[in-house]
Design a protein around this ligand. Structure first.
Ligand SMILES: CC(C)(COP(=O)(O)OP(=O)(O)OC[C@H]1O[C@@H](n2cnc3c(N)ncnc32)[C@H](O)[C@@H]1OP(=O)(O)O)[C@@H](O)C(=O)NCCC(=O)NCCS
Length: 241
């Protein structure tokens, strides 16, 4: 397969943003948090994602992209596409483990302020949050924090898969697995656990089980009668056979 997995660079951010927007367009969490499609502003959302990617790069997060290395076309009955070299068809964004007792570094603290500042500028430039349901966003943050506080029992912390998304044309070709493996193999070498949350149960639970994750808890974000389920999964380190 003519796809390489490489670390994200600043130059890749626009294509990575586009890939994520497409990959998550039918994601249950996305639909719950942006619950009024008439208010959704694609450009505002892209600016926000770009600010997050810049934050991730500045914080040295392990972020990889899957890039087409030479033209791929598939005119089979079920798929019809032509991907140009350099196209980003997948993104895997992880956070490195943070020991439970470790305090936040100054550089991360500064990057968080910079991110907030960029988001403030985005609010001004686009006159709002681009359709994000802000109360729901904060409910999600709270539910997620409570889950981490109860489920993250390893004091060394977890490699946390913040997002992984593959363009619909490139799914089922092993791209998601390669994006995940780039960090899971490091975690195995270090004897560290990995963690993720997915709002899509099917087929993601099966996909992640194949990668060694186990479903440990289902949590819910609830607002205005709408529920968004999140499936929390942990992968314990595997010894090399
Ligand atoms: C989840 C996602 C990243 C997986 O990426 P992918 O490139 O399609 O997955 P892969 O081709 O690498 O498949 C990995 C494994 O899952 C299996 N798999 C893939 N799609 C499957 C499906 N629909 N049903 C069952 N198994 C499936 C593959 O056979 C493979 O198993 P193997 O190692 O035994 O061969 C991708 O489907 C995606 O982007 N989905 C939309 C966004 C999303 O939900 N992201 C996750 C948020 S946490």
């Amino acid at each position: 397969m003519a796809i390489e997995i490489v670390p994200l660079t600043k130059a890749d951010i626009p294509s990575a943003v586009e890939c994520v927007q497409k990959a998550f367009s039918d994601d249950p969490y996305f639909r719950w948090a942006f619950n009024d499609p008439s208010k959704f502003n694609t450009q505002r959302n892209a600016a926000s994602l770009a600010a997050h990617f810049q934050y991730g790069l500045s914080c040295d997060c392990p972020i990889s992209v899957a890039k087409v290395t030479c033209s791929i076309s598939d005119q089979k009955v079920d798929r019809d596409f032509n991907l140009a070299p350099g196209s980003v068809v997948g993104v895997g964004w992880w956070y490195s483990p943070q020991a439970a007792r470790a305090s936040q570094t100054w550089s991360i603290w500064a990057q968080e302020w910079l991110l907030s500042f960029r988001q403030l500028l985005n609010n001004i430039r686009f006159l709002g949050r681009g359709g994000l349901n802000v109360p729901r966003y904060w409910i999600w943050k709270q539910v997620q924090m409570e889950a981490h506080n109860t489920l993250w029992t390893d004091p060394r912390g977890y490699y946390f898969c913040n997002m992984v998304g593959v363009s619909s044309q490139a799914r089922g070709m092993g791209v998601g697995k390669r994006l995940m493996e780039s960090v899971m193999e490091k975690a195995d070498r270090e004897g560290m656990p990995c963690y993720l949350e997915s709002s899509k149960g099917h087929p993601n639970i099966t996909i992640y089980e194949k990668m060694g994750f186990e479903l440990i808890k289902e949590i819910q974000c609830v607002e205005g009668g709408d529920v968004c389920k999140l499936y929390c999964m942990i992968r314990n380190p595997k010894a090399k056979s």
